[in-house]
Design a protein around this ligand. Structure first.
Ligand SMILES: Nc1ncnc2c1ncn2[C@@H]1O[C@H](COP(=O)(O)OP(=O)(O)OP(=O)(O)O)[C@@H](O)[C@H]1O
Ligand SMILES: [Mg+2]
Length: 302
C-alpha cells in the first residue's frame, strides 16, 4: 500500500480559482517525496487536502489507506504537518513547544521530554532551548516548527516549505533529520522552492503547474524525460539568439541565454563559437533546476 495516493483530485476555491486540476499521484512508504512548482501552482492546496485540513471539490485521496474525507480522524492520528504560514506561540519556550506538543498528542511527559531534548540537539537549538519564541528570529521560529513536527515521529510528515527562511547550515541539519526519519520508515511529503534541496534529499519528485501534474518520478527518470545532458549560460547582451540555435535548444531567461545540448560535440562547437566571437560562456551538466525551468516554460508557452 502506498502512503499517499490521490486520484483525479480537483480543488476549485470559492470565487472559481481552479487550484488543482485532476491531480493523480502516489507516494510509496518510507520515501522523501518533493512537490515542486511555481508560486500559486497548487502545492499548498494539495498538501492541505491530503493532510485533511481542506476538502477537495472532487476526486479521491487516501493516506495510509484511509479516505481523506470519511476517515480524516484516523489520518490525523498518524501524521504531522508543518503549514506554510504559521509560527509558534510566543509565550512558550522552544523546549516547552516541542514537549507540550508531544504531550498533546498523547505521549507521556518523560518520553516527550526525552524526544524534545533529542530533536533540540539534532537541530542545534540547544542555546535557545529556554528562550521564549517571541524573542527568536524568523528562521529560528521556523526551525521550532520543524522540531515539533519531526519530534512526533509520525508515520507521515507533511512539510510545506520546511526550510524556507533557514540559513544554509540549518537547512542541512533539517535535511539530515528528514533523511534519518525516512531511513527509519517514515514517509515525508514536502514542498520546496529549493531545487538543490529536492535533488539532495528526495527519492521522488513531482512538478505541478497551474494545478496540473506535469511529471513525477525519481531524479534519474526526470533526467530521461529530456534528451539534453548539458547546458551553457551566456549573457544576453550583444548576442544573436538565432546563431545559437544550431547548437541546441535556446531559452532566454531575463538577461541570460541558456542553450541545452544533447551531446559533447554540440558543446565543443558552441565553445569554439564563443571563443571566436569573444562571448563569455559557462558550461555545466543539466540539473533539476534546468529540468524544472524547461518543463514549466514549455507548459507556459503551450
Ligand atoms: N483560500 C483561497 N481562496 C481562493 N483562492 C486560493 C486560496 N488559497 C489559494 N488560492 C489560489 O489557489 C492557487 C494555488 O495556491 P497554493 O497556495 O496552493 O499555491 P502554492 O503552489 O502553494 O504557491 P506558493 O509556492 O506561493 O506557496 C493560487 O492561484 C491561489 O491564489
Ligand atoms: Mg504554498
Amino acid at each position: 500500500m502506498d502512503a499517499v495516493v490521490s486520484e483525479d483530485l480537483v480543488k476549485i476555491y470559492e470565487g472559481g480559482v481552479k487550484a488543482l486540476d485532476s491531480v493523480s499521484l502516489s507516494v510509496k512508504q518510507g520515501i522523501v517525496y518533493s512537490l515542486l512548482g511555481r508560486n500559486g501552482a497548487g502545492k499548498t492546496t494539495f498538501l492541505r487536502i491530503m493532510a485533511t485540513q481542506l476538502l477537495p471539490t472532487s476526486g479521491r485521496g487516501h493516506v495510509l489507506g484511509y479516505d481523506i474525507v470519511s476517515e480524516a480522524r484516523k489520518i490525523r492520528e498518524n501524521i504531522a504537518v508543518i503549514p506554510q504560514e504559521s509560527r509558534p506561540m510566543y509565550i512558550l519556550t522552544v523546549r516547552e513547544h516541542v514537549k507540550y506538543f508531544l504531550m498533546m498528542r498523547g505521549l507521556p511527559m518523560y518520553e516527550a521530554s526525552q524526544r524534545a531534548s533529542r530533536i533540540i540537539h539534532e537541530l542545534d537549538l540547544e542555546e535557545y532551548s529556554n528562550t521564549l519564541c517571541m524573542k527568536l528570529s524568523g528562521g529560528l521560529r521556523r526551525k521550532v516548527l520543524v522540531a515539533m513536527a519531526m519530534a512526533t515521529e509520525a508515520e507521515i510528515l507533511f512539510l510545506d516549505e520546511p526550510t524556507t527562511g533557514l540559513d544554509p547550515l540549518s537547512r542541512r541539519l533539517v535535511w539530515d533529520v528528514i533523511q534519518r526519519a525516512s531511513r527509519s520508515g517514515q514517509t515525508i511529503f514536502l514542498t520546496t522552492h529549493y531545487m538543490d534541496e529536492a535533488e539532495k534529499i528526495s527519492n521522488e519528485i513531482a512538478i505541478i503547474h497551474s494545478g496540473r501534474l506535469l511529471a513525477s518520478g525519481s531524479l534519474e527518470e526526470f533526467k530521461k524525460l529530456t534528451p539534453y545532458k548539458l547546458k551553457a549560460e551566456i549573457p544576453a547582451d550583444n548576442i544573436r539568439i538565432e546563431e545559437l540555435r544550431e547548437y541546441g535548444r535556446v531559452l532566454k531567461l531575463g538577461r541570460r541565454i541558456i542553450v541545452y545540448m544533447a551531446d559533447e560535440e554540440s558543446s565543443r562547437k558552441l565553445h569554439d563559437y564563443c571563443i571566436s566571437t569573444e562571448t563569455p560562456v559557462a558550461f555545466s551538466p543539466l540539473s533539476l533546476e534546468d529540468l524544472f525551468i524547461k518543463m514549466v516554460e514549455e507548459n507556459e508557452n503551450s
